[in-house]
Design a protein around this ligand. Sequence first.
Ligand SMILES: Cc1ncc(COP(=O)(O)O)c(C=O)c1O
Ligand SMILES: [Zn+2]
Length: 404
Amino acid sequence: MFLKRLECSACGLGHEWSRLQNLCRSCNRPLFAIVDLAAASRTLTRETLRAREKSLWRYREVLPLPPDVEPVSLGEGGTPLLRASRTCGTDDIELWIKDESLNPTQSFKARGMSVAVSMAKYLGATKLAVPSAGNAGGALAAYAARAGMEAHVFMPRDTPRANVVECRELGAHVTLIDGLITDCAAEIARRKANEGWFDMSTLKEPYRVEGKKTLGYELAEQLNWQHRKSSRASDLRSELPDVILYPAGGGTGLIGMWKAFEEMETIGWIGKNRPRMFAVQAAGCAPIVRAFEAGEKSAAEFQDAHTVASGLRVPKAIGDFLMLKILRESNGGAIAVDDQEMIRVAPEVGANEGLFICPEGAACFAALKVLRFAGKIASGERIVIFNTGSGIKYLEAYDRELGQ
Ligand SMILES: Cc1ncc(COP(=O)(O)O)c(C=O)c1O
Ligand SMILES: [Zn+2]
């Protein structure tokens, strides 16, 4: 096993990986897994990858879990990277869509939960609890069921109905809270010691981000196999995209991809260049956009958060300082989009590309238009948008007859 230790993302304090734990015991910030990359890359090579299974466990050497332990898996990862052809005036840019709706439980949350549930089980947890905007709850319910463990999911009462029903049908204990995801998290924090729950909140346990980092590995792998049409010298720089648009709530995917890029540079698979990372948020809940624009290092809690993109309704994220650092270091940015724009652009993508995307993914398409208009994306650039989940779970948002 190539996992060496856990390290605090803020103060750097080392922690043993071999016990169940949440945040840094000194400063209460997220812990990151430190992998022995020199050793891992002896067997994990671009050549060996070609012959491996499609699931994210093909990156086994850079993921936690001892090699002789069977992961809790439902076939997550290995999602298509599709070239968009007709959407958003894409004639002069190279637009790709990473379609995460093909994961088990129809969202990218499956990646984090497969790895985190595998580790929690291995380290002896039996009851798992999570606050969720919807999709994380469904994913935890599925992987806990697969692992023979209890799942306790806390969601805001107005979470899309499909998420609530899905969790129940997967055998989870579901509690609906009159409040936001932060109130759900507070309820778990209050009860977990008495109930014997292990807290699976994103970035409050160390391994969901490890699952999410496979988004970065997959991007590099999938783009590596493509050939650029143009032969400009700058095209030879890197196989990674020039720009990534990511719908950020807790920001775990963004933070995970950044970690993957650093790891891949250490392994020698990519150079120093990084994509410009953009966090896309909803205008009704945009703490990261506000903090980015104000030049802050962390984000204040966003009051009266509301948006149909329930995954973006995260008024306060524990990884805020990490997200802001990445957006600045990458020379990217943060951008907020109105709900009406998301709902308007989704059928455009649907009719042009054949994908029924979630409002969070739609927010990125709306953001692309704004960034293009503002001249922040140049013609000829390669852009990747993450469609983080399926539109099918958001019927209240998309169907006037069901919505209020
Ligand atoms: C569909 C969807 N997109 C994006 C997000 C935000 O993800 P992250 O917490 O990694 O920023 C969520 C989170 O709930 C989600 O369900
Ligand atoms: Zn610390």
